[in-house]
Design a protein around this ligand. Sequence first.
Ligand code: 13P
Ligand code: SF4
Length: 302
Amino acid sequence: MPDILTQIDKLKKKKNAVILAHYYCPGDVQALADYVGDSFYLAKIAKSVDADIIVFAGVRFMGESAKILNPDKKVLMPDMDADCPMAHMASAEKIRSVREQYPDTAVVCYINSTAELKCLSDVCVTSANAGKIVKALPNKHIFFIPDENLGRYVAASAPDKEFIFNDGYCPIHADFDPDELKKAKEEHPNAVVCSHPESRSCILESSDYIGSTSGIINYVTASDAEEFIICTEVGIDYELTVKNPEKRFYYVGSKCVCRDMKLNTPESILDVLRTEKNEIIISDEIREKALRPLERMLELAQ
Ligand code: 13P
Ligand code: SF4
């Protein structure tokens, strides 16, 4: 029996398939993927890639966005249970009531959200482009869903806007403990602190650099520093180490693992390539409505 990578490669060629993987996937998945990146990069690739099948090693909202942007392609998830809890942490009722209260509101939807929430939104953003997009909007009121922490971080750089926040959060990033960060800084006094903006403000205030996963990787790679304390999901360690084998990385606490992202494995990828199960299906009605905010993001982020 040929090894798993050979089998994946053979099936990819036979079926004209590509594999996309997020930086939070396990290292062996990132190593075998055709495209690896942050949410924004992967959304752009999903729109432009020339293939019949996209295997999306990530979480469900990523597969949904790929399907919405590229409806003629078959989008397969290695594991259907890989879902982002934050993607569900906003409600149609709250959106309706904010729109009633502030009729000029732009509902700005972090891409980490269900297709149904995207349908009710004016524009999508990712952590790599949220600041730029919010500033480009003509609206005074911004209802930022679902992530309160990213919303507050973006609001700080857009003082002319009035933000309404939603109480969603990423359970991994919201769990970073300022005392543990303080301890890590004491243990590694020369380390530069890099944090993802899904973290709470008490973490961001103590950080030297704040950015998306690709932002952190680029910042670290360009830096002359030798040690870094990283406040984001530990899967980023794979790319950080590939690009910077001589640098050292420390993670805060022991809980910075997204269980959902870790459901993507070489075995589950081989399985969906073989069976073509776990296909993302989206109704035409939802697709058409959810496409508008995603396309607006791609336009405004340019
Ligand atoms: P980015 O890929 O935009 O950095 O977001 C991180 C994340 O939580 C993806 O689920
Ligand atoms: Fe969702 Fe957080 Fe996991 Fe990203 S790291 S997929 S935001 S739970």
